[in-house]
Ligand binder design. Structure first.
Ligand code: 13P
Ligand code: SF4
Length: 310
């Protein structure tokens, strides 16, 4: 079956199922092209909350589909491949966070959780952030409580520096962003001396220090469009390059070469394919479901975030 046949099937099934397809910017180009909405974690959470349909097909990773279930419980949420996990989510098991909070009860931490975490971690958090709104949310955190930021130490450290707010950081990281080395970014700069370096805050500080601009995937589009530069080295998962080239066609975008590893790809994001997307619309499975008691607890900090980042 060709991609054209699959696309025709998907469009027909989407109508029959009264479904919307939401896709993260790290998805394969052919999935981004067929989606009703492509965005970063923040924009996708908003889109999921507002989706007026029977079925949400979430082309992203598991925690994103779970977030859609939490925010819009009356919809059926499908994930084309249930194995689409996230190393950041895995770096902070809910039981470990609960044990840490119990052992440090006297500190009365204000728990800020990056959206890349499980529903169990969200349920333990006071507020959720994304890479697109972490500064804004931290600025609203109570001044009289110490902050515990989970699970991404890099986003946490960057947000702490930007806001001047001290935080205890969980020792988690994304394996894709952790892979970039200083030498690789310097080699990209040497190959494209006119290019600006734009990097995601999930990158380590030694990489962030080489960047002209640091922001979430969504903000990269506006930044590159408005910058006077004509060329950009993009230091994040390569899926965003498709979107940048499509939306800012008069400029050039380069990934960072990682030697024998090629470029930075999230193997979990790439698990979703057109065929699996067609199959899940056809079979209405795999479906992501969450226990109602946990959903209610996780909804509070998520809704707080959406309210604060309006
Ligand atoms: P944003 O979509 O918020 O930029 O986050 C990137 C990411 O790694 C999502 O998994
Ligand atoms: Fe998780 Fe990193 Fe993949 Fe994003 S790129 S889904 S943070 S493993």
């Amino acid at each position: 079956m060709t991609n054209e046949d699959l696309v025709a099937d998907i469009l027909r099934l989407k109508q029959e199922r009264h479904a919307v397809i939401l896709a993260h910017s790290y998805q394969r180009p052919e999935i981004q092209d067929i989606a009703d909405f492509v965005g970063d974690s923040l924009a996708l959470a908003r889109a999921a909350q507002q989706a007026a349909c029977d079925v949400i097909v979430f082309c992203g990773v598991h925690f994103m589909a779970e977030t859609a279930c939490i925010l819009n419980p009356s919809r059926r949420v499908l994930l084309p491949d249930l194995q689409a996990a996230c190393s950041l989510e895995a770096s902070c098991p809910a039981e470990e966070l609960a044990a840490f909070l119990e052992a440090n009860r006297e500190k009365n931490y204000y728990v800020v959780a990056y959206v890349n975490c499980s529903i169990g971690v969200k349920a333990l958090a006071d507020v959720i952030v994304t890479s697109g709104n972490s500064q804004r949310i931290i600025e609203t955190a109570p001044a009289d409580r110490p902050i515990l930021f989970v699970p991404d130490q890099n986003l946490g450290a960057w947000t702490a520096r930007k806001t001047g707010r001290e935080m205890t950081l969980w020792n988690g990281a994304c394996h894709v962003h952790q892979r970039f080395t200083r030498d690789q970014v310097l080699a990209a700069k040497q190959a494209h001396p006119e290019a600006e370096v734009v990097c995601h805050p999930e990158c380590q500080e030694l990489i962030r220090l080489l960047a002209d601009h640091i922001c979430s995937t969504e903000k990269m589009i506006a930044y590159c469009r408005e910058s006077a530069a004509r060329q950009f080295i993009i230091v994040t998962e390569t899926g965003i390059l498709h979107r940048l080239r499509k939306l800012v066609p008069d400029k050039e975008f380069f990934p960072v070469e990682l030697g024998v590893c090629g470029c930075a790809e999230c193997e979990y994001m790439k698990l979703n394919t057109l065929e699996k997307l067609r199959n899940c619309l056809r079979d209405l499975a795999p479906e992501v479901r969450v226990p109602e008691e946990l959903r209610l607890r996780a909804a509070k900090p998520l809704e707080r975030m959406l309210e604060l980042s309006k």
